[in-house]
Design a protein around this ligand. Sequence first.
Ligand code: CU
Length: 404
Amino acid sequence: MLISNIVLVVTALLTSASAQSCAKINTRKEWRELTTFEQQDYFRGVNLLKKAPSTSNNANRYEDFVATHLQNVPFAHNIAYFFPWHRQFLRSFELALQQVLKKPDYTLPYWQWTIDSQAPERSPLLTPTAFGTNGQGVEKCLLDGAFRNWTTTQGSSRPRCLKRDFNLGSRIGAFASPEVINSAVMTSRDYVQFRPTIEANPHGQVHNGLGGRSGDMSFMFSPNDPIFFLHHAMVDRIWYEFQNAKPANKLSFGGPSKNDGTGTAKLTDNMIPFNVNVQSVMDTRFGCYIYSAGVTVQPRSFKRKVRRATEVNPLSVKSDDRSEIQLIRVPAPLDIEYITRMGLNLTEVRLSEAKEKLIIEDVNKLIMAKEYQSPAALGALQTGELVQAPSFDDVTPGFTAKEQ
Ligand SMILES: [Cu+2]
């Protein structure tokens, strides 16, 4: 009782301290919730930043953001500050877009990749009229989409093309499904447990899936690829969901303050290189935004004979399988090269992969018993209708209730 009162008072103070600076609270929407006109705004804004002069000594304003990410790797990854650092980073990018677009209410879109998790290469974002497909040729240069033929100087000694290199050739290995994310959001004890659960695998799988061996997304200069910001807006939204899942999560924070896993991070810690502390980004409304509930799939009386357990082990649905249309895929283990390059803890990564596998096994048991259907199932996507989710809770009906 006393503790919850203190939390309430602190929340109230924080809210009043920064609410004045927001003329309005805007909603960040999922890519598929945007009109074509709104989607074009992102492409136009990013291309304007790419042409705008740098505010330091980089090639252009866009690369200022890439450089900020690249130069502050140890303060933003594999550490307690992962979520708040990227929240602040995204907010500064959003402000820059508002400026070049001359739209003070412009908000970053997010990519709800959980919906595309079972065959990410089929995502409507990865098309020639949107963010482009896979890189081409030996160099894996991006030749289609709104950023085709882009040149970058970040992360190499001389200008080169923007690269995308799907990790399975023409396919991208499965990402974390909505149920995996929902489980982490609903069942994590606190921030200390929640942060590595999301950072290592669900977040890393998207980077490594799009970037593969040589693509920009697999490296610390990943913001070179403008899809980075939509991926990280989704990551930020997952944190937002966690924060809103229960009152105790609102200001939950902690974990290692140093890259080697030592130290204890606190809300009052300043984030390098930003001149703000963790506390000041704990509520997205301090940054004048909230998130939409996203999209989901309404199945159209979807009937399909589910393979019986004797015929198939649910765990055998591999990351690159595209024939199974009802069961959920277990994402392939993260590449050891990626883990090493990112400085991730190998044991931690493999442990969270094992946990992920168990959750999917449970989900698949429910699916096989015809008690549950995943909105991300390929069959649901093929025959169902993509709709705006009524609320966060409805994204994965039935499952969280069973989980808790
Ligand atoms: Cu990052």
